[in-house]
Ligand binder design. Structure first.
Ligand SMILES: *[C@@H]1O[C@H](CO)[C@@H](O)[C@H](O)[C@H]1NC(C)=O
Ligand SMILES: *[C@@H]1O[C@H](CO)[C@@H](O)[C@H](O)[C@H]1NC(C)=O
Ligand SMILES: *[C@@H]1O[C@H](CO)[C@@H](O)[C@H](O)[C@H]1NC(C)=O
Ligand SMILES: *[C@@H]1O[C@H](CO)[C@@H](O)[C@H](O)[C@H]1NC(C)=O
Ligand SMILES: CC(=O)N[C@H]1CO[C@H](CO)[C@@H](O)[C@@H]1O
Length: 485
């Protein structure tokens, strides 16, 4: 296997970068869609962007809460998406970076996992379906029967190693058909480079469970003791290194183009909008996440901390991101709008969701309310699904639409800051909050609440985007302007 690490004196990409005005192809394989971007290396700007839904979900007929996606359809979508990018630019792609949905696992056969015979694009062959991070087959009883991981991250249903354990115990014959396993983004890297096996970065490996991020090694002793098929574990390589070079022309991208080992979609999304180490990223779309980079000497705890609302995921080099992830974000506001729309329908006064949304923002923009309190945990809590949303401190004078909308937006912010308090950010040296995500972009009341919730200045800029992020990582590595160094 060709394997080049990024060194400061030696970089494959740099040679071709100097030779021509070049682009980096960033590709993100998400849960519902594929996105491809071309980043111009000199200006570090996005010059083309395409995204297509994968429509690859497989309906579960087992009644066992399986969540699988059709690998062939995902690969087909990747090819169609790349095919929509301008061909003249694809011919000048100097490197390719991939990120994608984490935790999931897909199996294939060594050397046989794809077919390049239809020149220019490959089709999946001899692979399993992708068992995604949303797979629910591992019950809590099943998970508690597994050995304790030698990792600071606990193992959950939908995590690659848990899924492999599930097959090992429930359908061992299924595993016999395969010799290699990886995430969907690792699979695409293997195929593009014609690798025999699979290489995986700590960003993706940590999401499978049973991976020690201090040593960057799988928990082989623990897994071996439990009879786990160790041969399916990918080879671990550093985040931000090459996996190999393309073994064939691909939509005009010349054979021999370097391909980075696949990264995690979350880390790349953070990378796309965290422009200084002292930034924290607050991302509110359907759900909400608040993230900052820990100092270089940070060491994660030596065992899983299931009660903690903050988790530590590997970033680049030996650094970590602290992450608070809440289930509650734009979905709480969307539910409120849907509720009002349906009430109005019942009352015989119809209005579109978008018009209603605008009016809600208008009427709460200058509305203050301190007493009325909304706890928007509509989906329950991860550890307590029955603890649902609440509205408290209702008084007759605080019940206008403006009051309620304002209180709801404040509740969304209160929820995420209760998981990662503003003090904690200050202690960590965070100087600025970068606001991102569709809910923040469209809702000025939410932005006002963000600005009230943090003493640091808030900026709204580049939206968090994994495909852009993975291209930026390669661009910065080649220019030696790697932020994390
Ligand atoms: C990771 O491995 C090192 C070296 O064996 C060990 O000291 C450490 O406790 C392990 N970390 C976890 C979280 O188990
Ligand atoms: C922002 O939210 C989107 C959608 O939920 C998610 O895919 C992405 O990873 C998030 N990024 C960050 C930096 O939190
Ligand atoms: C915030 O939401 C999370 C669920 O995502 C829940 O676990 C937590 O308890 C909530 N906190 C507050 C104060 O609402
Ligand atoms: C919102 O307020 C602005 C200015 O006060 C007004 O021009 C606009 O029509 C309002 N929008 C709605 C949907 O009421
Ligand atoms: C902002 C606002 O109207 N606050 C009122 C909410 O209700 C309490 C109790 O009735 C009042 O004291 C506040 O003035």
């Amino acid at each position: 296997m060709a394997h080049f690490t990024f060194g400061w004196n030696y970089s494959v990409g740099l040679v071709s970068l100097a030779a021509m005005s070049a682009y980096i192809l960033g590709l993100d394989l998400g849960t519902t869609s594929v996105k491809a971007v071309l980043l111009e290396t000199v200006s570090r700007t996005v010059v083309a962007i395409q995204s297509l839904p994968t429509s690859s979900d497989i309906i579960d007929q087992s009644g066992k809460k399986a969540k699988e996606q059709d690998t062939g359809r995902i690969i087909d979508t990747v090819n169609r998406c790349i095919g929509l990018l301008p061909r003249d630019k694809l011919q000048h792609v100097s490197s390719i970076g991939l990120s994608g949905q984490m935790h999931g696992v897909l199996f294939w056969k060594e050397k046989r996992g794809c077919d390049w015979s239809k020149r220019d694009f490959f089709t999946a062959r001899d692979t399993s379906q992708l068992i995604t991070w949303q797979d629910g087959r591992c019950s809590s009883n099943f998970l508690s029967s597994l050995p304790n991981p030698g990792s600071h991250l606990s193992v959950a249903t939908g995590f690659g190693c848990a899924t492999i354990f599930w097959y090992m115990r429930n359908r061992p014959e299924f595993l016999e058909d395969f010799t290699v396993a990886g995430t969907i983004q690792d699979y695409v890297v293997s195929m593009l480079c014609g690798l025999d096996g699979c290489v995986m970065t700590p960003q993706n490996a940590a999401g499978w469970g049973y991976f020690n991020t201090s040593t960057n090694q799988w928990n082989t002793d623990i897994l071996k003791g439990a009879g786990f098929p160790l041969g399916l574990l990918p080879q671990c390589v550093p985040s931000g290194c090459w996996a190999g070079q393309t073994c064939s022309d691909w939509h005009g991208i010349p054979a021999g183009t370097p391909v980075g080992a696949a990264l995690g979609d979350f880390q790349c999304s953070v990378y796309s909008c965290m422009s200084a180490r002292t930034d924290a990223v607050l991302n509110i779309s359907t759900s909400a996440q608040l993230t900052f980079a820990l100092p270089a000497d940070f060491k994660p705890p030596d065992s899983p901390q299931p009660a903690s609302s903050i988790s530590y995921v590997p970033y680049f080099e030996d650094s970590y991101l602290a992450v608070a992830a809440s289930l509650n974000g734009g979905n709480a506001l969307a539910t409120f709008v849907e509720m009002l729309t349906s009430w109005m329908k019942e009352l015989g006064a119809e209005m579109s969701d978008s018009c209603l949304y605008e009016k809600l923002i208008n009427c709460s923009l200058n509305q203050e309310t301190r007493e009325l309190s909304v706890s928007p945990t509509l989906l329950g809590e991860r550890h307590d699904p029955l603890c649902l949303g609440q509205v408290t401190n209702i008084s007759p004078t605080n019940l206008s639409l403006g009051h309620v909308t304002r209180a709801l937006c404040r509740g969304v912010l209160h929820n995420i800051t209760s998981m990662m308090p503003a003090d904690r950010l200050q202690q960590a040296g965070v100087c600025r909050i970068v606001g991102s995500g569709s809910a923040i972009a469209r809702n000025e009341v939410l932005r006002q609440e963000v600005e009230k919730a943090f003493p640091q200045p808030v900026v709204y800029g580049q939206n968090a985007d994994s495909a852009v992020g993975v291209a930026m990582v390669l661009c910065d590595l080649m220019r030696d302007a790697y932020i994390i160094k």
